[in-house]
Design a protein around this ligand. Structure first.
Ligand code: ZN
Ligand code: FE
Length: 272
């Protein structure tokens, strides 16, 4: 490996934030402090209830990024069992939502030392939101199914232009922000990313690290904005080598970054 390249640091887990695995590859993120807890995108109730019991935590809040069942399926039962309050996207139909949120809104919990701002990031779904802010002094991002480590969500309810703009908002956040995605898709995203950019040393370095974490049964997440900027093809549509690779795959000239982005998404959809 060429040592003259700057390779992004792996930030590692943030104490107080841990994943609760759900279904085959979802993560429900659990934030806890002094016996109190919050979860993000509980697609299932049972694993959350079990974690609360094991760690002797009281669930007070539930944050939702978008309406898909694998992110909201456990909400009704958790509310019934714990009385937790629910915050979620204003533009989507949710099983329960006490406080609808959209861009510019904030979520604060003094006891958890959590201060989050809401961003509208349509594309995967029409009303998808992200939560960005600080836990204590650590910058953190919960981005649901919009930004994945070395990938992005499929465009179920949005256009490539919308998703490109949504990802650009997230890419502008501080480089040292920890990125908490909704799924463990990292290694398969990286296999594709290495096809797009076979000579990206930061990507190779991260892939080796993530492979080791997964082989030890650990999550590959959190990622960071710095890692995504260095490695994620969907944030790199404006890099000449990425644009060229997308044009080669599409077998046509791509005349704008959004066209490059759309071709990358199509490429990934077809990648096995
Ligand atoms: Zn989804
Ligand atoms: Fe999902």
């Amino acid at each position: 490996m060429n040592k003259t390249h700057h390779l992004p640091d792996f930030l590692g887990p943030c104490p107080g934030i841990s994943p609760i695995p759900a279904f085959s590859d979802n993560y429900i993120w659990l934030i806890s402090k002094d016996g109190q807890a919050l979860v993000v995108d509980p697609g299932q109730a049972a694993p959350v209830l079990q974690a609360l019991k094991e760690q002797e935590l009281t669930l007070t809040s539930i944050l939702l990024t978008h309406h898909h069942a694998d992110h909201v399926g456990g909400v009704a039962e958790l509310v019934e069992q714990t009385g937790a309050k629910v915050w979620g996207p204003a533009g989507e139909v949710l099983p329960v939502c006490d406080t609808p949120l959209s861009e510019g809104d904030t979520f604060e919990d003094a006891q958890l030392q959590l201060k989050l701002s809401v961003f509208d990031i349509p594309g995967h779904t029409a009303g998808h939101i992200a939560f960005y802010g600080t836990f204590g002094s650590t910058p953190i991002l919960f981005c649901g199914d919009t930004l994945f480590a070395a990938g992005c969500g499929r465009l179920f309810e949005g256009t490539p232009a919308q998703m490109d703009e949504s990802l650009a908002k997230l890419a502008n956040l501080p480089a040292n922000s920890r990125v908490y995605c909704g799924h463990e898709y990292t290694l398969s995203n990286m296999r594709w990313a290495c096809t797009v950019e076979p000579n990206n040393p930061a990507l190779q370095h991260w892939q080796a690290h993530a492979s080791e974490q997964r082989s030890l049964g650990q999550p590959s997440l959190p990622s960071s904005i710095e890692l995504e900027l260095a490695c994620n093809p969907f944030l790199r549509a404006r890099q000449p080598l990425v644009a060229q690779a997308a044009a080669n795959w599409a077998q046509r000239e791509l005349t704008s970054p959004v066209e490059v982005f759309a071709a990358l998404r199509e490429w990934k959809n077809n990648f096995r």
